[in-house]
Design a protein. Sequence first.
Length: 649
Amino acid sequence: MKRPPAGTIPDAPGSYQFKDADGRVIYVGKAASLRQRLSNYFQNPASLPPRTAQMVAAADSVEWIQVRNDVEALMLEYNLIKAHRPRFNVRLRDDKSYPFLAITMEDEWPRATVMRGAKRKGVRYFGPYAHAYAIRETLDLLLRSFPIRTCSDNKLGRHQRSGRPCLLFHIERCSGPCVGDVTPEDYARLVEELVDFLDGNTEPVVRRLDAAMKEASSALEFERAARIRDRLTSVRKAIERQQMVTEKAEDLDVVGIAEDDLEAAIQVFYVRRGRVVGRKGFVLDKVEDLTRPQLVGHVLEQLYGDPTLGVPKEVLVPDDPDDPELFERWLGGLRGSRVNVRVPQRGDKRQLQETVTRNATEEFTRHRLRRSADHNARARALTALQDALDLPEAPLRIECFDMSHLQGTDYVGSMVVMEDGLPKKSDYRRFKVRGVPGNDDYAAMEEVLTRRLTALLVEQERPMSERPRKFSYPPQLLLVDGGKGQLNVAVRVLEDLGLEGEIPVAALAKQFEEVYLPGRTDPVRIPRQSEALYVLQRVRDEAHRFAIAYHRQLRGKRMTTSVLEDIPGLGPARRKRLIKEFGGVKAIRQASLETLKALPWLPDPVAEALHEKVHGPDGPSPATSDAGGPSGVGAVAGVEDVRPQPAST
C-alpha cells in the first residue's frame, strides 16, 4: 500500500479506514491525531505486531474522516465497525439472543412478555436473563400482585369481542381489561408499580401489601387477607431472586474479562438499586493486536454503543481503559450526567468485581473446549472439500441456490451463505421468480443466478467508497441444488457474464448425494462419512428450507389476502385493520353487513362492496385458508434482504 503524503493527513481527531483492493473496509480505527496515528502503520513491517503487519499487507488504501473531538471519533469508530464489520477489527461473537422481560408501554393495555432480538420503541426492557424460563418463573410470581395481561393482541381482541375473559382472569393472574373489569387508570397504576418494582424499587410495594393485609385482617376479611398474604409471599420470593450485592441502593455495571492471545470472554452484571437485575456474556475475537487497556476500551464500546439498560452512574472494570477520561466523557454524554469508570480496590465492589471475573474465566474455559473441537472440525471439513472438488483454495464462502414452487405457482428461489463452515444468515437472500411461466426449474434457476451475479458485477463497478459490504463478495464455491441440468444452467450463466474462470461451481444431486462438476462426465462421489459431504449437505438443506419457508409465506399471503383485494376503497391499511380487528378472513366472511357498517372507520359503500365480494357468487370458497404472513420484495437487482425464518419440522 502506498503511503499518503504526510501533509495530506490532518493533525486532528477522526476515524480512519483501511480498505482492500476490492474496496472492502478491513480495519477501522480512531485517533486524537490522525497524522500521528497513521504514521505508526507506515514503518518497517518487521517492527509491527504480527496481526497489524498482516492488516497493512492486505490493505490497498486508507481513508479518514475528520471530526471535532475525540468523543466524536470514538462514536464514529463504533458506527463504522458496526456498519462494515471489518475482518481485522475486534469482533463480538455472541451466539445467544438474550431474553428480556418486556412491558409494551405504548399499548392501550400494556402487556408483559418475553422478548428477544432488536429493541423496539415504546417498550421497557428488564434483564437480560440467562434463560427464558427464569423470566417466566419471575413473571408468574409477580402477576399475583401486578395482574397485567400477558396475552397477544389477537387474543385480547377475541376476548373483547366475545365478552368472556380467559383462564388467567379466573385464577387472578390478569385484571381483565378485555372485559372491562379494570379501569384504564387502575391498570396504568398496576403497570407503573410493576415497572417500578422491576427497576429495583421494591420497598413501597412490600409496605403497601403488608398494610393492606393488616387492614383486611382488622376488618375480619380473612379470605381477602389470605389472598394479599399470598401476593406478599410471591413478591418476596421475586425479590429474593434479585441478589443484593451492594450495601447501598446503587446503580452500576460490573465487567469481568478473561482472555488469551486470540479471544476474550466478557461477563457483565447489571446492578440497579443494589440488586443484580440482569447479566450477559459474550466472546470477542482479538483479530487485532491489543493491550489490556485497549481491550477494555473495545469492550466498553461494544457494551454502550447500544446500551441495553441505559448507562449507570458507575462502571466497574478489571483494568482502566486506554483513555479513561475519554470514555467517561462519552458515557456521561449518553447518560446526561457524570459517569465514573474505575477499577474497584476494596470492599464489596472489589469482591463483586472478582465474582464477575471468575464467571468470565469459567465461561472462557467452557468456550475454549467447545471452540477447539468446532474450529478444528470446520477447518478439516473445508480442506477435505477443497481436495474432493479440486478447488484452487478452501471455500471459506459458499453460496447455495435452490428453487421452490407448487405446480408453477409462487415460484421462489433462495440463496444461503456459509462462511468458515458456519451459516452467515445476514447474507441470506430470497428471490421472487418473475419471468418464468409455468413449471420450469432450469429457467427459474437461470433467472435467479443471473440476478445475483449481475448484482455482483454492478456493485463491483461502483466506486470503492460506495460498495456495500455484503452482496458484492464473490463466493469461492457456487453450489446449486440438482444434477447435470442445474449445473449446465449455472455454467451458462457464468459464461454469459464472463465469470466462468473466477467462481468455481458445483451441483449436488439429492438422490445419491453425488456432486457434478463442469467438464466431467461422471459425478464425484464423496465418501458418506466425509466431513466435506456433510458441509455440502448442510448448506444444501438450509437452502431448501429457506426456499420452502419463503414459498409458504407467499402462498399463505396470497390465499389470505385474495378475498380482500380488488375491492374499491379497501386499500392495504384498511385490509390490515380488518384482519386485526376480526382476527382473520374467516371471521370477516361470517360478519353481517350491519356489523361491517358499524365500523366507524369503514365507509358504508366499502362495507357493502366487501360484503358482496365475500358472500356473492364470485366470492372464495369456505375452504380457502386464512393463514398468512407479511412479505415484500425489493433491494438491489430484485433481491430481498431478510432475516431467515426458523426451520420447520
